[in-house]
Write a protein that binds this ligand. Structure first.
Ligand SMILES: Nc1nc2c(c(=O)[nH]1)N[C@H]1C(S)=C(S)[C@@H](COP(=O)(O)OP(=O)(O)OC[C@H]3O[C@@H](n4cnc5c(=O)[nH]c(N)nc54)[C@H](O)[C@@H]3O)O[C@H]1N2
Ligand SMILES: Nc1nc2c(c(=O)[nH]1)N[C@H]1C(S)=C(S)[C@@H](COP(=O)(O)OP(=O)(O)OC[C@H]3O[C@@H](n4cnc5c(=O)[nH]c(N)nc54)[C@H](O)[C@@H]3O)O[C@H]1N2
Ligand SMILES: [Mo]
Length: 801
């Protein structure tokens, strides 16, 4: 075991293995400079929180501080490996500018306050709004980065306590399409596949997923298979030449926004060549005939034209998929954040259904998650779902949840689908939503069309509560800022993209007066004096373990059944996959192994939507379509994106990630090794495009869309011609230099207000843009308080709010 330098050596050394063999152990570790394992006082079990992979690790503690991490060799997910962000990211916990006390806005300025004062303001405001306008005046925007216990508590407070329908997560930006695609195909959320499918697959297809940079440890699993005997073939679908594309057997680089046409074309070939499992289709699915009819209109020549992909490549890709014996597919943001997101992601499910490749080793669909705990946001119901994957349109599900909480069913809003985040923002814009409580997300950088977002969040009539560990761009606009404990400073559980549950222990105390999100939510509930039907304080739980037990009860009998788990069991395990109950005491590796689905009309989480318009289906329609609860094959026609390149904006603009940074860099921007690896925003452009535009590698450029302009240095790469790529990590604050700030570099200054009609996930990967060499200096860091335009944008308007 060595101190791996994850910056220079991104994936570490190869441990080759063959099909069906166990993935060898390789333990990665990183401790503060000069320390060895002998210097560590205590190792506290946890897992990685800078992506959804769920890599098991132990947190090293010395002298009451986090001093490093070591991968857990016994963990089913990573077998000891850690990625670059995890090797270094723990240093953010000790950043000098952590929030240590609540802040409240007085005469336009944020000033330090006691918890008493800060919570009093939040509670007084909530009560006034409840009296004047009712619960719909209050909304919550939470995260994919808290713990299950915290989401469950927030869901109980919002829906069972306040009775508002306005609760969603930044998961709306992230995995809403994963959830939607699973509901459309299988009647319910829940990842069918397992990471161990990589061990068995002979073909691995990655649809809009740069796994090498975004789940680097899962990629080492693939690299180790590629280095071993009888390696799998790899298909990569991405307009950029990512590390995945470089390693792929075949790389398709479609025009952004054409995924659905591409999938229809691939399915056309698979079906036309008879590469289908008719027994499986007949026994386990409904809807095949509609698909067959739909994709008949997508022959290779037409699809080649729409997607800009050569016909022979399309045929070759279809052959790879169609003749695979063990096909594993993954889908992520290249599909989820692009045009017709759910419809395209569903076609990947369809591919597996028509090929009968589900529930068997090597035959997994992974509709991926992004954030470490996004799975929990969804299953606990802190997003646009009801707790325990319950169906808001099924009265008996609502009644069951009401019984679990011991509240009246009428208390839980279910007059329509839970409000999605983009709609909540519209309500805030219109002025019907007057209190927005943001926890563990930084929407002033991560939401699309930032000029609009800033104007919404800085309205005087909106009372903004921000709960974070740092004074983010969003916190700077708040009326009340609540300082939160981070990972390693609180106890809880979380679940990764392949349903693996990990325990995460409290290793050290949070700084100053910072408190766990769980404690803050429960404190609010007590001050609001929520009561259940019997007059007992609601929620009825009081700490992490009692919250976990309450959540277990709420999950009983549902697909995400946690009843067979406990803190004690999780603490010593190498990760356990739900459902875990009496029937499956060691967890469940793959869903749907028996060809049975969670799609029964009385059990399903959703009655589904029209894939093109997003219109909800009625229960009677669902029952008529799928009376026996089979898997549903749903077809959809391709429509062109709403914003296509034209003369003025000739490029397709896409955005995404680098291996070294996490989102808006509140953590990775504060870590020297990671910040130095990629300190500044850049734009990727194809060589031919750069030449035509007179843009040199490294030159400063201006990128413009109808929303605005930002500046970035050009990086000439093998990206598809006509496409520009921007990392979205760089916000206003310069986290490396907290005394400075930097305007005009956030990718979301340029992205549109537009979303997928089914999942309501914003389209961060479909816009039209122009680029030109810019005769300006690269972005300058200005001191806080200087009188600049940027600063004006950031300061909330109105002196006292
Ligand atoms: N290093 C790092 N890892 C992370 C994160 C991070 O911030 N940094 N964040 C985590 C989170 S929350 C998430 S959601 C995941 C995201 O993980 P990914 O989805 O792998 O990452 P992205 O870079 O957003 O997008 C993936 C790819 O989509 C491609 N793409 C863009 N438009 C299209 C299109 O129209 N069609 C197709 N087929 N592809 C397209 C882009 O070129 C990009 O390479 O990563 C997780 N892991
Ligand atoms: N253009 C473009 N925009 C995108 C994307 C894209 O690909 N392109 N991707 C989208 C996706 S997939 C995602 S997931 C979002 C991510 O967007 P955000 O969620 O807004 O990004 P983060 O920087 O992760 O913000 C999380 C915040 O939570 C804080 N935090 C961390 N842990 C805790 C905790 O335990 N408690 C509390 N209270 N706070 C905590 C961090 O300090 C940070 O400020 O961005 C979306 N936006
Ligand atoms: Mo995400």
């Amino acid at each position: 075991m060595g101190h791996r330098d994850g910056v220079r050596d991104r994936w570490g050394t190869r441990t080759p293995y063959g099909p069906g063999d166990p993935w060898p152990v390789r333990v990665d570790m990183r401790l503060a400079d000069g320390l060895t394992e002998a210097d560590v006082d205590e190792w506290v079990p946890s897992a990685a929180v800078l992506h959804s992979n769920g890599d098991g690790l132990d947190i090293a503690v010395r002298g009451g501080r986090v001093v490093g991490v070591r991968g857990r060799g016994d963990d089913r997910v990573n077998r000891g490996r850690l990625d670059p962000k995890d090797l270094f990211g723990w240093q953010a916990n000790s950043a000098p500018d952590r929030l240590t006390t609540p802040l409240v806005r007085v005469d336009g300025e944020l000033v330090e306050a006691s918890w008493e004062e800060a919570m009093d303001r939040v509670v007084a405001h909530s009560k006034r709004l409840l009296d004047d306008q009712g619960p719909s005046a209050i909304g919550f925007c939470t995260s994919g980065q808290l713990f299950a216990e915290e989401y469950y508590t927030l869901a109980a407070i919002a829906r069972g306590g306040l009775g508002t329908n306005h609760l969603d997560g930044n998961t709306r930006l992230c995995t809403a399409t994963a959830a939607a695609a699973l509901k459309e195909s299988f009647g319910c959320d829940g990842q069918p596949g397992s990471y161990t499918d990589v061990d068995h697959a002979d073909v691995i297809a990655l649809f809009g997923h740069n796994v090498a940079e975004t789940q680097a440890v899962l990629w080492t699993r693939v690299l180790d298979r590629l280095a071993g005997p009888r390696p799998p073939k790899l298909l990569c679908v991405d307009p950029r030449t990512t590390p995945v594309a470089e390693a792929a057997t075949l790389h398709l680089a479609p025009i952004p926004g054409t995924n659905l046409a591409l999938m229809n074309g691939l399915l056309h070939e698979v079906i036309a060549n008879g590469w289908i499992d008719e027994d499986y289709i007949g026994q386990s699915t409904v809807g095949f005939d509609e698909l067959k009819e739909m994709v008949a209109d997508y022959p290779p020549d037409r699809v080649a034209e729409i997607c800009g992909v050569p016909e022979d490549q399309l045929r070759e890709a279809a052959r790879l998929l169609g003749t695979a014996e063990r096909l594993t597919s993954t889908v992520l943001q290249g599909f989820y954040q692009s045009h017709q997101a759910t419809a395209a992601a569903v076609q990947v499910n369809n591919l597996h259904l028509v090929r009968g490749m589900l529930g068997k080793p090597g035959c997994g669909v992974l509709q991926m998650n992004g954030q470490p705990t996004a799975e929990n946001t969804r299953e606990c119901g802190a997003d646009g779902d009801l707790t325990g994957f319950r169906n808001w349109a099924n009265d008996s599900h609502v009644a069951e949840l009401a019984e679990v909480w011991n509240v009246e069913p009428t208390q839980i809003p279910h007059y329509g689908p839970p409000t999605h985040l983009m709609q909540m923002l519209r309500y805030a814009e219109n002025g019907t939503l007057r209190l927005l409580w943001v926890s563990a997300t930084n929407p002033a950088v991560s939401l699309p069309d930032l000029p609009r977002i800033r104007s919404i969040l800085s309205q005087e009539r909106l009372f903004l509560v921000v709960q974070d560990a740092f004074l983010t761009e969003t916190a700077a606009l708040a009326d009340v800022v609540l300082p939160a404990a981070l990972w390693g400073e609180k106890t809880g559980t979380f679940t990764n993209a392949d349903r693996t549950v990990h325990f995460s222990g409290k290793a050290v105390d949070p700084p100053g007066a910072a408190r766990s999100d769980l404690d803050i939510f429960l404190d609010y509930a007590r001050r609001m004096d929520f009561r259940d039907k019997d007059g007992n304080p609601f929620p009825q739980w009081h700490d992490a373990e009692s919250a976990f037990q309450a959540w277990q009860q709420a999950s009983a009998g549902r697909p995400c059944d946690y009843t067979g788990l406990s803190y004690a069991k999780l603490r010593t395990s190498g990760g356990i996959q739900w459902p875990c109950n009496e029937e499956h005491p060691d967890g469940t590796e793959r869903l749907y192994a028996d060809g049975k689905f969670f799609a029964d009309p009385d059990y399903c989480e959703s009655y589904g939507r029209d894939l093109v318009t997003g219109a909800t289906m009625e229960p009677v329609e669902y029952k008529a379509m799928n009376p026996d609860g089979k898997a549903m094959i749903k077809a959809a026609e391709y429509l062109p994106p709403h914003e296509c390149p034209d003369e003025r904006f000739p490029f397709s603009l896409i955005t995404g990630r680098t291996i070294y940074h996490f989102h808006t860099r509140t953590k990775t921007g504060r870590v020297p090794q990671l910040n130095d690896a990629e300190p500044e925003v850049w734009v990727e452009i194809a060589a031919e495009d750069a030449k035509r535009g007179g843009i040199e590698d490294g030159a400063v450029t201006a990128i413009t869309t109808p929303r605005g302009t930002i500046h970035a240095r050009a990086r000439v790469t093998a990206i598809r011609e006509g496409v520009l790529f921007l990392p979205f990590h760089y916000g206003y604050w310069d986290t490396a230099d907290p005394a400075g700030r930097d305007g005009g570099r956030a990718a979301n200054e340029l992205t549109p207000t537009d979303w997928d009609p089914v999942s309501k996930q914003p389209l961060f990967k479909t816009a039209a843009a122009s680029i030109a060499a810019a005769d300006v200096e690269p972005p300058v860091h200005r001191p806080v308080g200087s009188d600049t335009e940027v600063l004006e944008d950031l300061e909330p308007r109105g002196a006292s709010r």
